[in-house]
Design a protein around this ligand. Structure first.
Ligand SMILES: N[C@@H](CCC(=O)N[C@@H](CS)C(=O)NCC(=O)O)C(=O)O
Length: 219
């Protein structure tokens, strides 16, 4: 089976797929395209016009959560917990995590009023995860699971935003999330899931969006 993942360098949804492919040790070709100049071949094969897309031989799988489930299904072992209720619960929180990426988009792009709205929506969601997260290293314990791959791109961006500003989105009030974030950001497959210098590209992206967050940037 030939796998090719198509994405933009900055896409957090695709980053989940990269982390999952590498966690499961699957060979794949990575193809980055430019969001400002989408190639015609991409427009022809992408039903939504969005990335990530996983090409599997001559078929296309889209939607990051479907892609990560597919990656798990073709792997020799599952990186979901084996308990069925725990697994369903993990999947629920994985879907929930996509809403956080929506809040982050608002935080990066919006004027002050919408920024405050997105920040408050983000913190409401973070508080709900804090309430269910325990002291374990990762979400379920010592094993790095799909849910960890789903949340890692979020924590990476929160960490960057806190570094680039005066801790605008500090996780200090969330003890378990802070510890989980720290663990996730040290994992090799997480660190290796972005191209070199992506933090700088993220900074430039915040600047270029000219939203409220760009006024909070420090050098
Ligand atoms: N629900 C989709 C969301 C993917 C998504 O929003 N991708 C962004 C890039 S990070 C995109 O392609 N944006 C371009 C567009 O919406 O036209 C998924 O989970 O894969």
């Amino acid at each position: 089976m030939k796998l090719e993942l198509i994405s933009f360098k900055l896409c957090p949804f695709a980053q989940r797929a990269i982390i999952s492919l590498n966690t499961q040790n699957l060979d794949f070709k990575m193809t980055y395209i430019n969001p400002m100049n989408l190639p015609d071949w991409f427009k022809q094969i992408s039903p939504t016009g969005q990335v990530p897309l996983l090409k599997v031989d001559d078929k296309v799988v889209f939607e990051s959560l479907v892609i990560t489930e597919f990656i798990n299904e073709i792997s020799s072992h599952s990186f979901h917990p084996s308990d069925l209720i725990q697994r369903a619960n993990n999947r629920s929180w994985i879907v929930f995590s996509s809403g956080i990426l929506g809040d982050l988009f608002g935080i990066i792009t919006a004027d002050e009023e919408k920024f405050n709205h997105s920040k408050s929506a983000l913190f409401t969601k973070l508080a709900k995860i804090e309430a269910v997260k325990n002291k374990a290293k990762f979400f379920n314990g010592n094993d790095f699971n799909m849910i960890d791959a789903a949340f890692a791109p979020i924590f990476m961006r929160l960490n960057w935003i806190n570094e680039f500003t005066n801790n605008t989105l500090s996780l200090d009030e969330f003890k378990h999330l802070s510890a989980w974030s720290k663990e996730l950001l040290q994992v090799d497959v997480v660190r290796g899931s972005v191209v070199e210098g992506l933090d700088d590209a993220y900074y430039s992206n915040i600047e270029a969006r000219k939203g409220h967050l760009s006024t909070l940037l420090i050098d």
